[in-house]
Design a protein around this ligand. Structure first.
Ligand SMILES: NC(=O)C1=CN([C@@H]2O[C@H](COP(=O)(O)OP(=O)(O)OC[C@H]3O[C@@H](n4cnc5c(N)ncnc54)[C@H](O)[C@@H]3O)[C@@H](O)[C@H]2O)C=CC1
Ligand SMILES: O=C(O)C(=O)COP(=O)(O)O
Length: 634
């Protein structure tokens, strides 16, 4: 249900009014809208068991422009086709699917976009195509490098990883380019765990080798005597989704399971009878080591010569995580000298590995070509999970599986929605009070709240304040993905402070204040005694309001444009300014006067639907008793 209007969080500014209309031309401020979508429509599909994981994904926040200026139009166009305008004009976004995706997911995508399934693209071909695409869906075989984001020329808004590992996506580059990365983290967990167990069993009983031998016409029973699993110790390295499912299954096989995971809660492990131990203890006591951690700079080549020097002689290793977690040359050495008796590998540093790979050819190594996620059920689940996430993101929703943007739970999103609008508008307003806005270096945000700090998630508010502050003074397209990065790039420090107020903890925030220090103001009345610009806002009846400018209390809804005037408090001022605006056909939507004391200084806040021309503003400035005024686009 649409409740109001707002700027896009995740997609670039979009034009939804008629571009040629004078309103679009003259609307210096874009009104904004916040919408909550109902749950994504149910899909006429057969669902796998894993479906429940993503069906529970909650509806998300959609933030979309309804108006825009010529300036913002060109910004938008320079970033590629405007999605909402496109859809109004009957143009669909384009989604490039660069690796095989389940048909069920493709159906979801086709309902919303033009879908280009182009598999096996070379890096050059991918770079050529990408500037025509709004989203890209990959699996593990496509390298989404910085070059890809550069080649996209700002059009690519979402990269969907149809699976878990996102080590093939340059997340830093994605973030810098404001491109959201989403993954499908749950639908292939069981498949990967089952493959881990399959490799464990196949390796210990030499299934692959014996099969090849028989197909070569041999009958070698004594050569392929295996080892038993029962009673042996398995070290699960990485006790996440896959690791814990492997552990559960290994327990069922009668194995003793230990695990190493620096971030896993011990009680979760204990609940399935697994002891969390140190890295060294895990590798030195285990008969089998199964790898389930992500590939990150910290885990790259974690299994190297030094690690193999600490393992129990004759250990067996299973890797369904990522090839890069193992130094493959070191593993070959360990296999050759018998330190590692056998290895079963689904993943490799380079995929596919070179044909002459010593590891692949090694007689004590069982290999599969990255099949961990490749079951019919998992692929159907992953495809739907990623299709829903990508479509949602293209609609501007915050995804529950965003990898490079704050993931805010739905309950938090729902209650923060009006405050999100307030945050952006206050940021936008505060920066326009600065004389020469680009010199801002230090911003303090004060949240007054009756909530315990632990119960107030301000990441979204902070991102929207940053967006509000930066967008009016920069040509950079800002969204939730790159707000923090861009602020840092611009040397803007944003600190947050929470002040406890008595009141109802039912509402997350009582007020938000923005303080900008060490700057001059265009509107001296916005300055506090300490020289900081200060504006404060609250949400009233679900609508963002400006409640304080400098030391003056005001009470105006933050909608449309705003004129702030300081005058000597006296009768007739509202009428004088109102009639100037009326004569020039500028519609006044609201007015509020805040004063220090009767007949002293007062601030008049006037909301206007249209932007007054320079002459009109000049006439306001000439009204006797008006000491200063400023026009602000919200
Ligand atoms: N072969 C295949 O087809 C598949 C491979 N995978 C791989 O498996 C990995 C794990 O997947 P999930 O369990 O779904 O991810 P997850 O995020 O649920 O679990 C990863 C766990 O590794 C832990 N971890 C991080 N650094 C560690 C370290 N230095 N030492 C020990 N543990 C560490 C984390 O705390 C986390 O608990 C993925 O990152 C992916 O690379 C996942 C699915 C299919
Ligand atoms: O989900 C993962 O991390 C996987 O490794 C699965 O990769 P795939 O989608 O099968 O290329």
């Amino acid at each position: 249900m649409a409740t109001a209007s707002a700027k896009s969080l995740l997609v670039p500014r979009v034009e939804t009014s008629t571009l040629s209309s004078t309103r679009a031309d003259s609307a210096a401020a874009a009104a904004t809208s916040l919408q909550f979508l109902k749950s994504t429509p149910s899909l006429p599909l057969k669902l796998s068991h894993s479906r429940s994981c993503f069906r529970s994904r909650s509806p998300s926040l959609v933030i979309t422009n309804v108006l825009k200026t010529q300036d913002s139009l060109s910004t938008s166009l320079s970033q590629g086709r405007d999605l909402e305008t496109g859809s109004r004009l009957g143009m669909k976004p384009t989604i490039l699917v660069s690796e095989k995706l389940g048909e069920a997911g493709l159906e979801v995508l086709r309902g919303f976009a033009n879908v280009d399934c182009s598999y096996d693209l070379s890096p050059e071909e991918l770079c050529q195509k990408i500037s025509l695409c709004d989203a890209l869906i990959v699996r593990s075989g496509t390298k989404v490098t910085r070059e890809v984001f550069e080649a996209a020329k700002g059009r690519l808004k979402v990269v969907g990883r149809a699976g878990v590992g996102i080590d093939n996506v340059d997340l830093q580059a994605a973030t810098e380019f404001g491109c959201l990365v989403v993954n499908a983290p749950t639908a292939n967990t069981v498949a990967a765990a089952e493959h881990g167990i399959a490799l464990l069993a196949a390796m210990t009983r030499n299934v692959a080798q014996a099969d090849a031998s028989m197909k070569a016409g041999k009958w070698q029973r004594s050569k392929y005597v295996g080892v038993s699993l029962v009673g042996k110790t398995l070290a699960v390295m990485g006790f996440g989704k896959v690791g814990s499912e492997v552990a559960r299954r290994a327990k069922g096989l009668g194995m003793h399971v230990v695990s190493h995971d620096p971030y896993a809660p011990a009680d979760r492990a204990r609940a399935i009878g697994v002891d969390l131990v140190s890295f060294d203890e895990a590798i030195s006591t285990a008969d089998f080591i199964s790898l389930h951690m992500p590939l990150t700079p910290a885990t790259s080549k974690l299994f190297n010569d030094e690690t193999f020097s600490k393992v129990k002689k004759g250990v067996r290793i299973i890797n369904v995580a990522r090839g890069g977690v193992i130094d493959e040359d070191a593993l070959v050495r360990a296999l050759d000298n018998g330190v590692v008796a056998q290895a079963a590998l689904d993943v490799f540093c380079e995929e596919p590995p070179p044909k002459d790979s010593k590891l692949v050819q090694h007689e004590n190594v069982t290999v599969t070509p990255h099949l961990g996620a490749s079951t019919k059920e998992a692929q159907e689940g992953v495809a739907i999970e990623i299709a829903e996430a990508v479509v949602g993101a293209l609609r501007g929703e915050l995804s529950a599986t965003a990898v490079n943007a704050p993931m805010v739970p739905q309950e938090v999103l729902s209650e923060l929605a009006p405050y999100v609008m307030l945050a952006e508008k206050l940021g936008r307003l505060a920066v326009q009070l600065v004389a020469g806005g680009s010199g801002i270096q230090s911003v303090k945000v004060v949240y007054r709240s009756a909530r315990d700090p632990d119960d107030l998630d301000t990441r979204l508010l902070r991102a929207m304040i940053t967006k509000g502050i930066i967008e009016p003074i920069s040509s950079t397209f800002i969204n939730l993905v790159n707000a923090d990065f861009t602020a840092k790039q611009k040397g803007l420090r944003i600190s947050e402070e929470r002040v406890f107020v008595d009141g109802s903890p039912g509402s997350p925030v009582d007020s938000i204040q923005i303080h900008i220090s060490n700057v001059q103001s265009k509107f001296a009345s916005a300055l506090l005694d300490n020289g900081e610009i200060c504006v404060e806002g609250r949400v009233k009846y679900g609508v963002p309001h400006l409640t304080c400018v400098g030391a003056f209390n005001v009470d105006v809804s933050l909608d449309g444009n705003l004129i702030l005037c300081r005058q000597v408090d006296q009768p007739g001022m509202i009428g004088k300014v109102g009639s100037i605006l009326g004569e020039q056909n500028v519609n006044v939507s609201f007015m509020s006067v805040g004063r220090t004391m009767p007949k002293k200084q007062a601030i008049m806040a006037i909301g206007v639907d249209e932007e007054p021309d320079k002459e009109t503003l000049k006439m306001i400035g000439l009204v006797p008793s008006i000491e200063e005024f400023v026009f602000l686009n919200l």
